[in-house]
Design a protein around this ligand. Structure first.
Ligand code: ADP
Ligand code: F6P
Length: 323
C-alpha cells in the first residue's frame, strides 16, 4: 500500500484532529502517503482530497472540531454513489480509507468494504453511543465541558436558591447526562434509557432542600425531551420553586480536547493505520478497559447494543434520595 485516505464524518468531536494527526504520523512512519478527505463522504465522492504532511497536523492534537471538515451526506447510502467514491479514490491512487465518525459513518465505511475497498473505522462522537467500544473520541471532552458549565450554573442556582434544568446532548444516549450529572452531584438525571416520573423528581428536589441543600440541578438528556417542555410540566407539580432552564447545546461539542481524548485518539489513529496496512477491513478500533480493541463492524453494529453506565445512574439516584 502506498497511499491512504482519512475522513471525518457526522458531528465533529474534540479529539478527531488528534486521531487525524496520528494517522498521518503513523502513515509517514511506514512511508505511506496520507490524503485528507474534506467534508466526509461528500468530499470522498467529489474528490476533495488534500495531501497531509507533518506541517498540516502539527497543531492538530490540541484543537477541537475537525480540520478536515465534516458533513452529513445521506446520498452515500446509495450503492451507485459508493461506487463513484471508489472510482474517485482509485483515480487518486488511494488504496485504503480510515473513517472517523459514529455508527452512521461506520455503515458508510462498511458499504465500501462490501464493494471490495479496504476501510477501517475509528469511533468519533461526543455521544459515546457506538455499540462495542466503551469509549468514543470526544465524549470525555463533552462530558467535561458540560460538567464545567453546570458548575457555573450552580453558582447562580445557589445564590438564588433556584432549580436549574440543564439539557445536555447525546442524541438517543444518556451518557453525557449521567457523567455530567454524577460529576456535579445533580439532584436528578433524566435519560432516554430509564423511565422517569415527574412527581418523583419533584419529591427528591423538595427533600434535598429540606435537608439543607440551597439549590437544585436536574440534568436532562436531549433524547428525552426539550428543556422548555420539561419545565412546563415540572412547574405544574412544583409551583413554589423558582425554575430556570439552560440548553447547553453546541457549547459542549467544541473546545480543546481533554488529555484522555487526545491519548485514546492517538492510540486508535495509529492502530487503524497498522490494521489497514495488514490487510484488515470492515472493522473498527475501540477501547475496552483502557486497552485497544478491534471490532467487526457488521457483527458489532447488528448484535451489540450500546449500554449506558446504569451503575452510575443508580448510584446517583441512591446518593441523592432523601425522605
Ligand atoms: P454518525 O456517523 O455520527 O452516526 P450520521 O448518522 O449522520 O452520523 O452519519 C454520517 C454519515 O455517514 C451520513 O451523512 C452518510 O454520509 C453516512 N451514512 C450513514 N448511514 C449510512 C448507511 N447506512 N450507508 C452508507 N452511508 C451511511
Ligand atoms: O452526534 C453528535 C450530536 O451533537 C448529538 O449529540 C446531537 O443530537 C446532534 O449531534 C446535533 O446535530 P447538529 O449539530 O447537526 O444539530
Amino acid at each position: 500500500m502506498r497511499r491512504l485516505a482519512v475522513l471525518t464524518s457526522g458531528g465533529d468531536a474534540p479529539g478527531m484532529n488528534a486521531a487525524i494527526r496520528a494517522v498521518v504520523e503513523e502513515g509517514l512512519h511506514h512511508e505511506i502517503e496520507v490524503m485528507g478527505v474534506q467534508h466526509g463522504f461528500k468530499g470522498l465522492v467529489e474528490g476533495e482530497y488534500i495531501k497531509l504532511g507533518v506541517a498540516d497536523v502539527t497543531h492538530a492534537i490540541r484543537r477541537g472540531g475537525t480540520i478536515l471538515y465534516s458533513a452529513r451526506y445521506p446520498e452515500f447510502k446509495e450503492e451507485a454513489v459508493q461506487k463513484q467514491a471508489i472510482k474517485k479514490m482509485e483515480e487518486n491512487g488511494i488504496e485504503g480509507l480510515i473513517v472517523i465518525g459514529g455508527d452512521g459513518s461506520f455503515a458508510g465505511a462498511l458499504s465500501l468494504t462490501k464493494l471490495g475497498f479496504p476501510a477501517v473505522g475509528i469511533p468519533g462522537t461526543i455521544d459515546n453511543d457506538i455499540p462495542g467500544t466503551e469509549y468514543t473520541i470526544g465524549f470525555d471532552s463533552a462530558m467535561t465541558a458540560a460538567t464545567i458549565a453546570i458548575d457555573n450554573i450552580t453558582d447562580t442556582a445557589a445564590s438564588h436558591n433556584r432549580t436549574f434544568v440543564v439539557e445536555v446532548m447525546g442524541r438517543n444516549a444518556g451518557d453525557i447526562a449521567i457523567w455530567a450529572g454524577v460529576g456535579t452531584g445533580a439532584d436528578a438525571i433524566i435519560i432516554p434509557e430509564e423511565e422517569f416520573f415527574m412527581g418523583d423528581i419533584v419529591r427528591r428536589v423538595r427533600a434535598s432542600r429540606q435537608h439543607g441543600k440551597d439549590y437544585s440541578i436536574i440534568v436532562l438528556a436531549e433524547g428525552v425531551m426539550g428543556v422548555e417542555d420539561f419545565i412546563k410540566e415540572y412547574k405544574k407539580e412544583a409551583p413554589e420553586q423558582s425554575v430556570r432552564g439552560v440548553n447547553l447545546s453546541h457549547i459542549q461539542r467544541g473546545g480543546n480536547p481533554t488529555g484522555r481524548d487526545r491519548v485514546f485518539a492517538t492510540l486508535m489513529g495509529a492502530k487503524a493505520v497498522d490494521l489497514i496496512l495488514h490487510g484488515q477491513s470492515g472493522i473498527y478500533v475501540g477501547i475496552i478497559g483502557e486497552e485497544l480493541a478491534v471490532f467487526d463492524i457488521v457483527e458489532t453494529l447488528e448484535k451489540v447494543k450500546h449500554k449506558v453506565r446504569d451503575d452510575l445512574y443508580e448510584l446517583n439516584r441512591s446518593l441523592t434520595d432523601r425522605y
